[in-house]
Design a protein around this ligand. Structure first.
Ligand SMILES: NC(=O)c1ccc[n+]([C@@H]2O[C@H](COP(=O)([O-])OP(=O)(O)OC[C@H]3O[C@@H](n4cnc5c(N)ncnc54)[C@H](OP(=O)(O)O)[C@@H]3O)[C@@H](O)[C@H]2O)c1
Length: 289
């Protein structure tokens, strides 16, 4: 464990980062966490607040850390901030910093569906980031997650909000499948990928054991709440996503849902040797509500 004493985490106040930092802190890992804004520190954690992660401010502080877990990313873009800038160019900056800081390992969360043949702008930006990391010469593990769920993820928050209003809208048929994975399993896998040599220079789909349609997921999620579930014409959902910056689903949220991307859970299970939480069972027990 000594060799991975110091771990750097980027995007510290994000959903996965917050869960991961808590878990790593409990494992007595020394953390250096970076965010653009102030955040609550855990035990064994040093905090860096930096608007643009400039080298002058960061390099000395992260030098000779064992690993860097890069959790900065966006899934919706605007004229001010786009995928190329945040998902790709920022990753390039972080990889260059990691090289200068002599960091030995990089962990990156890409996306389920990312491939050399993708035509989606969001996935293209993630594909390029993967390539930057792979070509860096630094030992890497890349994960391509489906929906990572917990208490505070975007999908859960979005469904909670709709339940409060008594109506959940499903874009289109709702027959497309998702493979949700619980954030508690994700943080354990990330920890393993830092501590176990067999994860070196590998890419994994990060998918849970359940393969459910979005409609089934929503029904389970809202079970016992008297919420009306309504299917919305896909054209109307896209129109809303295209014309309303505050729409519940962004254009790429819809693309990813409708894309029906599938991952290999058995491969992940066999490789990690882990027992995974079934998100469906959690929903059935009401523990995710
Ligand atoms: N959650 C999922 O289901 C899922 C699925 C597939 C892939 N992923 C990937 O996993 C990573 C983490 O996801 P998450 O769900 O934890 O997302 P999140 O809660 O939105 O966190 C992402 C973090 O990125 C940082 N960030 C955003 N824009 C930035 C910018 N312009 N400059 C610097 N930092 C910026 C922010 O950190 P600060 O506010 O602390 O600065 C933000 O909290 C992302 O790359 C995402 O694409 C997530």
């Amino acid at each position: 464990m000594n060799k991975c004493r110091k771990i750097v985490v980027t995007g510290a106040s994000g959903f996965i980062s917050t869960n991961l930092r808590k878990y790593l802190s409990e494992q007595n890992i020394e953390l250096i966490s970076i965010s653009r804004k102030n955040f609550k520190q855990f035990k064994n954690e040093s905090k860096i607040v930096s608007k643009n992660y400039d080298e002058k401010n960061l390099l000395k502080k992260i030098k000779d850390s064992y690993a860097l877990i890069h959790l900065v990313g966006i899934g919706k873009q605007s004229v001010d901030i786009d995928y190329g800038l945040v998902n790709t160019q920022f990753t390039n900056h972080i990889v260059n910093l990691s090289k200068k800081a002599k960091i030995k390992k990089i962990i990156y969360l890409s996306g389920l569906g990312v491939s050399a043949t993708t035509s989606l702008g969001y996935f293209i930006s993630k594909y390029h980031s993967e390539k930057i990391i792979i070509n860096s010469g630094i030992n890497y593990t890349i994960f391509r997650p489906s929906y990572i769920v917990g208490k505070d993820d975007l999908l859960t928050k979005h469904l909670h909000k709709q339940i409060k209003n008594g109506l959940i809208k499903i874009p289109g048929s709702g027959n497309y499948m998702i493979q949700p994975i619980h954030v508690n399993d994700v943080v354990k896998i990330i920890f393993k990928s830092i501590t176990e040599v067999k994860f070196k220079n590998k890419i994994f789909d990060l998918v849970g054991s359940d393969n459910v349609t979005f409609e089934e997921y929503v029904k389970l999620f809202s079970k016992g709440t008297n919420t009306i579930i309504k299917k919305i014409n896909l054209e109307d959902s896209y129109y809303d996503a295209i014309t309303n910056p505050k729409s519940d689903f962004g254009v790429d949220d819809l693309n990813i849902l409708i894309g029906n991307f599938k991952g290999n859970h058995n491969k992940l299970k066999k490789f990690t040797g882990m027992k995974f939480e079934s998100v469906v069972k959690l929903l059935e027990s009401g523990r995710l509500l």
